[in-house]
Design a protein around this ligand. Sequence first.
Ligand SMILES: Cc1cc2nc3c(=O)[nH]c(=O)nc-3n(C[C@H](O)[C@H](O)[C@H](O)COP(=O)(O)OP(=O)(O)OC[C@H]3O[C@@H](n4cnc5c(N)ncnc54)[C@H](O)[C@@H]3O)c2cc1C
Length: 293
Amino acid sequence: MTATTGYLRPQTIDELLWALSAVGAGAKILAGGTDLMLAVRAGRAFETLINVSRIEALQEIALVDGQLSIGAGVTVARLLRSAEVRQAAPLLWQAADRFASPLVRSRATVGGNLCNASPAADLALALLASDAEVTLASRGGPRTLSVEEFILGPGKTALSPGEALLGVRVPARGRERFCRFEKSGSRPALEISVAAVAVALDFDGDAVVEPRLAYGAVAPTPLRGRGAEAAIAGRALSPSVIDDAVRAAVAEIRPIDDVRASALYRRRLVAALVRRCLLDAASARTRFRDVAG
Ligand SMILES: Cc1cc2nc3c(=O)[nH]c(=O)nc-3n(C[C@H](O)[C@H](O)[C@H](O)COP(=O)(O)OP(=O)(O)OC[C@H]3O[C@@H](n4cnc5c(N)ncnc54)[C@H](O)[C@@H]3O)c2cc1C
């Protein structure tokens, strides 16, 4: 690979898409640089870096027709300051609240977190469990994919050459929807997840409706927990149902041993985190029923 020789700073999405198509395979988008600059420092070189931080259209957060739209260039710090994000996308807000240090939060973006495609990407995990969609665009036009379709493996996404991620759309959650993001590293927030769990669900009476569970850092991509979802859907969160969900979760994850933890430890963490989230959901339901009389 040749050294990085070019540097572009487009001001609009049109200029960005033009630059991607003109430079071709040697182009690399630079957002906050918290992942990319580590790679550059470790010796990776790209023909041309395209810095997207001046594109205002990528910085927007807007709630329109029950959908929260978040630009790819929105930083973690901005997510945390946004009342719309906190209300309409609480899983994403909670993930931002457990993300790195203030310094990293001020640079790291939603787009970089999705496009870096780490199995431990916290925002990607929260977006997966929130049924979010990503919007991609090239000079050929835009397209929309689910987060599950977008992240294909460690460092691998569905982005085609010449394409950029413009943003995500998250269906605004109903007021009563229970949402919980739990992450475990050796410190509570400052660190990449050893394992993480995101849970969102509604209740109809005591029965769980439309559950979403997803796991981070325990498979090649953030992973939707369809087995655990099936274990709780339509049922009250009794101790035995929670046991079923924990068993299903442990059976469907695919953790590995690495420098941060063993696969066995990650299985135990996921079991504990799923149990904690579902016990919290059950007590939130009981509190709501008591208050509602
Ligand atoms: C000390 C430290 C702590 C961290 N803690 C956490 C943590 O707690 N949780 C967590 O999830 N991550 C963590 N990270 C990882 C990193 O901060 C995040 O993944 C961050 O969201 C990346 O965003 P960025 O804007 O810095 O991306 P960049 O580094 O600029 O880019 C990352 C990748 O995305 C591509 N890209 C960026 N934007 C676009 C776009 N619009 N379209 C197409 N491609 C694009 C780039 O080309 C590159 O391949 C940490 C990193 C560090 C250094």
